[in-house]
Design a protein around this ligand. Sequence first.
Ligand code: COS
Length: 387
Amino acid sequence: MFDFITEEHRMIQEAAREFAQKSIAPIAAEHDETGKFPLETVRQMGELGFMGIEVPEEYGGVGMDTLAYVLALEEICKVDASHGTIMSVNNSLFCHGLLKFGTEEQKQKYLVPVASGKAIGAYSLTEPMSGSDAGTMKSRAVLNEAGTHYIINGRKSWVTSAPYADYIVLFTMTQPEKKHHGVTAFIIETDKPGFSRGKTEPKLGIRASATSEIIFDNYECPVENRLGEEGQGFKIAMTVLDAGRIGIAAQALGIAEAALEASIKYAQEREAFGKKIGQFQMIQQKLADMKCRVEASRLLIYQAALAKMESAKTGRRYSLEASMAKLFASETANYCAKEAIQIHGGMGYSKEMPLERYYRDAKITEIYEGTSEIQRMVIARQLTGLR
Ligand code: COS
């Protein structure tokens, strides 16, 4: 039906499906319970090429396109959204930024190991007092007198994968008086003095993905590790988030589909009042509404992926398409996870089935990489041209 999806796309989708079912499904519940980071399976995902799908082979990736990325990510998230979070941050928020804005040296040194999955990448924008209002950060980078290093101080929060990340793309203020135009991006090596990790967040969902604070105490960042120009950081952060939001939409779609598939099966098997529950109109309505939203999400995600691919040629911003996909798919994931529990009744509420995990995991997709409120704001601003 979708002739833009090629044989190659189907192959990576199938490979991701097989890996997720064989290697992630057996450990997903346990990692959710313990909150243990799944380092072994993440490394295996790297070996399979899932950690740098859109990165050209010369930089350690597999050189495929955004459609390949969303198809693979959806399959991983259908089984476990935590693995998907780690995969999506590595691919979109780290690799995409390095690929688009990095120098050749930066790509060789940092993109190659992260895209090949030998190292883990992260992205740090949020601060304790700066979340949605990303232009108001308090952390600072000051160039030393010799002009060789930036001295970075401050605290960043909610950094996905930070406890295990080797490299982090950091956004911080170099010229606070310039507000958005005073933000600069840097590539941080996490094994250097002056860098430390704060508390790991205890989370409602995506519990196997590790999220922590990071702290900079006179961290010396060489000038050659600046990503882009001074003052370009906010645009880099937003451009990268546009890519990231397509990934989160694919993650949400995976969760929604898992919830729908479980519900269809249950509706076919479970009996009440002498009938299969799928014969009752109130269950039929839920299944029908879930299915429509899942398929509409898929179309918005394909549209956003195609817009991003086109943007590589034309430079046109795809913020509208990315935010529409993320908004709709994340609300669909929450809707489907909630309805799936209702269809399953007590079984849905039990930890014996993964429905309650889908429900907890779905919630974050409406929050991270821009809340639903922020997505609506981006969409409306794109429509009206007003700020
Ligand atoms: N791509 C390129 N440039 C962008 C952009 C994008 N997607 N979005 C904004 N910009 C540019 C604007 O064009 C503007 O540039 P000029 O000043 O040169 O005209 C600049 O960035 C500032 O934009 P704007 O005035 O719209 O900034 P706001 O402070 O109003 O913030 C929102 C815009 C709210 C959309 C932004 O702060 C945001 O996305 N916040 C959510 C952050 C987020 O997702 N956090 C989660 C982090 S990951 S867990």
